[in-house]
Each structure stands twice: as C-alpha cells, then as structure tokens.
Design a protein around this ligand. Structure first.
Ligand SMILES: C[S@@+](CC[C@H](N)C(=O)[O-])C[C@H]1O[C@@H](n2cnc3c(N)ncnc32)[C@H](O)[C@@H]1O
Length: 239
C-alpha cells in the first residue's frame, strides 16, 4: 500500500469528507473544542511553532489557531485539493507565517530542519503501517522542542481488539449511523476504511512514543474510537 493509494479518496475530492464532518460523524466538534482548549493552556501564544501533519483543509484546526495563534504554522498533506482550501481557511490568522507543503507527512517530519512546539496530526497516522508509525514517533522525538507536545487525534483500537474486529464494529457504526451520506458515497467511505485504516492500540502507540523519548502520554478524551492523545518528553500539565 502506498501513501498515494491510502489518500486517493482525499485527493480526488474533499467534498465527501466535508459532508461526514459537517454531520459530526467523527466528533470533530467535540474533539476540536478540546484541541482549542489544549492550545489555550500554552503560555507562549503568538510565539510557538505548530506543524500539522495531514492537515487536510485545516477547516477545524483554523478556528483553534485563531484563538491561540502560533508564530509559524506549517501544514503538510498529499491532497492538493485540500491544500487549496486550507489556504482559505487559514487566511486570516493574525501575525502567523503560514506554509503549506504538498508531500508525505512521514517524509516531512523526518526531514524538517526546525524544532516544533506543537506537532498536531488529525486522523492521518492510522494510514501508516506499524513500522512507519515507529518511524513517525522517532522523527517527532527528534524535532519536538524540550517542552513541546504531540497532539495526536486518531482512531484507536481497544486493547486486545484485532483489526478485523475493529473494522467490523466501525463499518457497522458507519452503515447504521452515517445516514445523511448518500449510499454510493457511504460505500466509498467504507471501502476506504476497510482498505486503508490501520489503527493501533493506545498501549502500542505509548510504547512507540516511550522508545522515541516521549515518556509522558495521556488519553485526553475519546468519543467512541476517536481519541485525543497527548505526548511529551517528561511531564504533562493538569488538564
Ligand atoms: C481524514 S483527513 C483529516 C484531515 C484533518 N487533519 C482533520 O482532522 O479533519 C486525513 C488527511 O491526511 C492526509 N494524509 C493521509 N496520509 C498522509 C500522508 N502519508 N502524507 C500526507 N498526508 C496524508 C489525507 O490526504 C487527508 O487530507
């Protein structure tokens, strides 16, 4: 499986994902309210640097950034269609240098020459293979600043749940509850999840992070399988 294959659904068109998120089927409203809260806890607003891996059109992160503007925002995505929209959603960030990069998120985090105070990634890491998730955490461990945080929003399997069982549950939930998505588009979304989603257990992500020097980790909150995870080198604030 190549990165291009796993993101084809986002490259062709962004409208199906917009439809899914507009009906809040993946809990974007609740999740991004928490992301905004996490960013507001920082005491370096307007000075911090944020790297957004798999930024998509940044529609849901942009309002969080307006509340707590970084000095530098870099979004990376393989979908040019999404990046064109991201330019619009991020247009009015005050005093923030915005860079949008068309490329692979793993390559981007492995090759960045900068140090980042926040590395954010929303619903993208589950597309990586297990080996590449190890490489992802290693790269984050290298380029996160000393007090930096990795905010990882993603689908996560229950401990001891197999991928097959996870998919059975998630696809059933999609077919039962995503009722506002037209049937042909729902099947396209189900095929994408079936073929390209490789969520891990939290304990697996935690072990990868620890091995990469990110010894502090926490599940901030979860909405079904959709999790907000926080990782740092040594300690995490009270939330
Ligand atoms: C489900 S969307 C999430 C968008 C946004 N971050 C959010 O939380 O709503 C996943 C995004 O990750 C991108 N993506 C997935 N794998 C990628 C990779 N290896 N490199 C760059 N972008 C990737 C897709 O193109 C898509 O825009």
């Amino acid at each position: 499986m190549t990165s291009a294959e796993s993101t084809a659904i986002f490259t062709r068109s962004w409208s199906l994902y917009d439809l899914i998120t507009e009906h809040n089927y993946m809990f974007h409203n609740e999740i991004y309210a928490e992301v905004a809260r996490l960013l507001r806890l920082r005491d370096d607003a307007e000075r911090y640097r944020l790297l957004d891996l798999g930024c998509g059109n940044a529609r849901y992160l942009a309002p969080c950034l307006r509340q707590s503007p970084p000095a530098l925002y870099e979004g990376v995505d393989l979908s040019e269609a999404a990046l064109i929209e991201a330019r619009g959603y991020l247009a009015d960030l005050p005093d923030c240098r915005v860079t949008l990069t068309h490329g692979d998120l793993l390559t981007a985090v492995q090759s960045t020459g900068k140090t980042w105070d926040v590395i954010f990634t929303g619903f993208a890491v589950h597309h990586l293979t297990t080996a590449d998730k190890v490489h992802f955490f290693e790269a984050v461990g290298r380029c996160l600043s000393e007090q930096g945080k990795l905010i990882l929003v993603d689908v996560v399997r229950e401990e001891n749940q197999s991928r097959a069982d996870y998919l059975q549950d998630y696809l059933k939930c999609m077919r039962d509850t995503w009722v506002k998505v037209p049937p042909d588009q729902l099947e396209e979304a189900c095929t994408h999840v079936h073929d390209h989603d490789y969520p891990e257990h939290f304990s697996t992500l935690q072990a990868m992070a620890t091995a990469a020097g990110l010894k502090a980790s926490r599940i901030v909150n979860r909405y079904g399988q959709h999790h907000i995870l926080l990782f740092a080198r040594s300690s995490l604030p009270e939330l």
